[in-house]
Ligand binder design. Structure first.
Ligand code: PMP
Length: 352
């Protein structure tokens, strides 16, 4: 038997959201916060055109995509680091700080990849329980010490959907020592409508220890192609660029992301429709008697408790795949109106 690192004996692999089907074949996947829309024809065309070059390695520096992101957000190209999905950029961040004794602070519950990536990089996870459904930023500030290298702040938070307001976030950032990098994981940023929730890009410019993590997987509908990025001051971005596996961002992902930025108006119009559906779903759930925290993301969170797996199983029999986090609750992505109606029917029928 080959000898592996001891940590791997106790680790379990990441368990992604799955699809399910009802006996009659109906299937609604609301378990991975994906875009419910088919890819845009202009993006499919760019991919088809790009396919002509797949005998060649991709541009390892993703130069054209980096320039397109820089132009879109009004940031220097040197502030950008790309990866194969933002989860890979997060892994690069863990790799960048992973040395014996290093610690990462994050809220729990939050994105399930954080503990996995921390373990893989040999970084100790220091978790701070959510206060209700929100980040406990005071608790997180208190958890920081000389060994802390990273803090992940997921806003809006996966899976609760809650987002942090500007005043609270700025006050927190002001308390974080300069040797600690704060990563604002904004995978769901495009769905935020609360005007008190800041755009992380307004926070990193005058701070050397803040990085913003974004993705093409959600609002831009490219989950299957794996492309995400970080925006931070030059020393941070340069360091993270060094940690990328050669050619990690493939050519099709690069051209599709560029085409998506060109088609951003159409994509953001779709986001607007998801936001409207989010309001409809949340209000319908509240009318059914459920407690649903305000959500700024493309999902809702039901704190079901001990019956979490029963709820997910009841949804599955109707072909509705949700994401259970037992024994706490269920996260349900906003899908097409038909999928959302199927979910709402399940929620109405479940004793609560
Ligand atoms: N951050 C958060 C908070 C997420 O929920 C996700 C996806 N579930 C990611 C990052 C990673 O997304 P991707 O790797 O597809 O960019």
């Amino acid at each position: 038997m080959p000898r592996f690192r001891q940590i791997l004996d106790t680790m379990t692999a990441y368990s992604p959201g799955k699809a399910v089907a009802a006996p009659d074949g109906r299937s609604y996947k609301l378990s991975s916060n994906e875009s419910p829309y088919d890819p845009l024809p202009s993006v499919v065309e760019a991919i088809a055109e790009g396919a002509r070059q797949i005998n060649r390695y991709p541009d390892p520096g993703s130069v054209r995509l980096t320039e397109a992101i820089a132009e879109r957000f009004g940031v220097p190209v040197g502030h950008i680091a790309l990866g194969a999905g933002s989860v890979t950029v997060a892994q690069q961040l863990f790799e960048s700080v992973g040395e014996p004794g290093a610690e990462v602070v994050y809220a729990w519950r939050s994105f399930e990849a954080y503990p996995l990536l921390a373990d893989l990089a040999g970084v100790k996870s220091v978790t701070v329980p959510l206060a209700g459904e929100d980040h406990d930023l005071d608790g997180m500030a208190e958890a920081i010490n000389d060994r802390t290298r990273l803090v992940f702040v997921c806003t809006p938070n996966n899976p609760t959907g809650t987002a942090i307001h500007r005043g609270a976030l700025e006050a927190f950032l002001d308390r974080v020592p300069e040797h600690v990098l704060v990563v604002l994981d904004e995978a769901y940023h495009e769905y935020v409508r609360d005007e008190d929730v800041p755009d992380g890009l307004t926070l990193y410019r005058d701070r050397t220890n803040v990085a913003v993590l974004r993705t093409f997987s959600k609002a831009y509908g490219l989950a299957g192609l794996r492309v995400g990025y970080l925006i931070a001051q030059e020393p941070v971005a340069t360091t993270v660029r060094k940690t990328i596996v050669p050619f990690a961002v493939n050519h099709l992902a690069q051209v599709a992301a560029i085409a998506s930025l060109r088609a951003e108006d159409e994509l953001l119009e779709r986001v607007e429709r998801v936001v409207k559906e989010r309001t409809r779903v949340r209000e319908a759930l509240i009318a059914q008697g459920w407690t649903v925290p305000p959500t700024e993301a493309n999902f809702v969170w039901l704190r079901i408790g001990e019956r979490t797996l029963d709820f997910a199983a009841a949804c599955a029999t109707e072909g509705v795949a949700v994401r259970p986090f037992a024994p706490e609750g269920v996260r349900v992505s906003i899908g097409s109106p038909e999928a959302n109606d199927a979910f709402l029917a399940c929620a109405a029928a479940f004793p609560h």
